[in-house]
Design a protein around this ligand. Structure first.
Ligand code: COA
Length: 343
């Protein structure tokens, strides 16, 4: 059985927010942002919804793959910022894209969500003997970003990316491997937006059940209108886990990192990527980086990067890729996958 990436698509919303623009909003400057993060600009929603961005990326992905929407068997959307809990974002996509035969559901594993989505899709294609899956990573983080908080608002952007994978049980190549991890004991380092029970039956508004939570989490949950992040802790976590994930998935696939054409990391901070490259003894040109114009788009960053690479013609059939993410939860992981636009 084999699995291949067959198509990609992406969407960046209308407002380009530069570092200079942010200088007018908070006490920051272009030099600090570029030196500490590698980000020069990011695009922000002017009102376009998470669903609409996902739809556009999905549409472009199906067009790129050159298949009929009715052939799609599975749609998984990963996001922390969909408009509705139900119907899911993927339900809208399924209907609007005309994928009338597809199973559709959403997942949330924060910025690792796309990697989780690909691994889930592959498992379902295999178990249920299906052929095509679209995995969409989409986030409108501007909805949950505090634009008075300079430590977070300079980092995030909005966007959507989609990837179509094909599963084939006719071929004998075992060319997919996944390494997924979670550690809920670190959850307090990255949190955002509560959905507390505010029904008339609850006597204390915004109450949180203390029994199940660490003390600092209670405070974070009660006050979580926006994303909160302990940047230094997340930085330490990210550098350690990304290296672990890349090494593990390369061992699982019996493929040395020299044989991998590109490592496509979650675009959170160029310093995290540079540090990981140094520790792995790899040149930076083996990592794809487009954070300078994207910012951190959470679930969308890896599929948007793949679409960027596809448009630039960086990949050929048979190229091996490692996609790696980390984020809230805390979660992290990597998948080893093959590029193949033409069968
Ligand atoms: N502009 C100017 N100064 C800023 C600033 C900004 N936007 N944000 C923070 N600072 C200041 C701090 O207040 C601090 O000042 P002080 O020394 O007077 O206290 C100083 O810069 C250094 O802050 P620090 O938080 O140590 O900076 P850093 O080098 O760790 O960079 C991050 C901050 C957020 C860029 C970095 O920690 C990071 O990228 N973390 C990981 C984030 C991540 O990956 N998140 C996504 C997970 S999915």
């Amino acid at each position: 059985m084999s699995i291949y990436i067959r198509g990609t698509g992406s969407f960046q919303p209308g407002i380009k927010l530069t570092n200079k623009d942010l200088e007018k909003m908070v006490d920051t400057n272009d030099q600090w942002i570029v030196e500490r993060t590698g980000i020069k600009s990011r695009n922000i929603s002017d009102g376009i919804t998470t669903v609409e961005m996902a739809l556009e990326a999905g549409k472009r992905c199906i067009k790129d793959a050159g298949i009929n929407p009715e052939e799609v068997d599975l749609i998984i959307v990963s996001s922390v910022s969909t408009e509705m809990i139900t119907p899911t974002c993927s339900s809208f996509i399924q209907h609007k894209l005309g994928c009338k035969n597809a199973i559709a559901f959403d997942i949330n594993a924060a910025c690792t969500g796309f990697v989780y989505g690909v691994a889930n899709a592959r498992a379902m294609l295999k178990t249920m003997n299906m052929r095509y899956a679209i995995i969409i990573g989409v986030d409108t983080l501007s909805k949950i970003t505090d634009y008075d908080d300079r430590s977070t608002c300079v980092l995030f952007g909005d966007g959507a990316g989609a990837v179509l994978i094909e599963y084939s049980n006719e071929e004998s190549k075992d060319n997919f491997h996944a390494y997924l991890r979670s550690d809920g004991s670190l959850a307090r380092y990255l949190t955002g937006v509560n959905r507390l029970n505010e029904s008339p039956f609850v006597d204390r508004k915004n109450s949180v059940d203390k029994e199940y939570l660490d003390e600092d989490m209670e405070e974070l949950i009660n006050n979580s209108k926006y994303l909160y992040m302990d940047g230094r802790e997340v930085f330490k976590f990210a550098t350690k886990k990304i290296i672990e994930a890349i090494k593990t998935v390369s061992e699982m696939s019996n493929t040395s990192l020299d044989e991998v054409k590109y490592i496509v990391p979650h675009q959170a901070n160029s310093r995290i990527i540079e540090y990981s490259a140094r520790k792995l003894g790899l040149p930076m040109d083996r990592f794809f980086v487009n954070i300078d114009t994207m910012g951190n788009t959470s679930s969308a960053s890896i599929p948007m990067a793949l679409d960027d690479m596809n448009k630039q013609g960086l990949m050929s059939d048979g190229d091996k890729l490692i996609l790696t993410g980390f984020g809230g939860g805390m979660t992290w992981g990597a998948v080893f996958v093959e590029w193949s636009k033409h069968k």
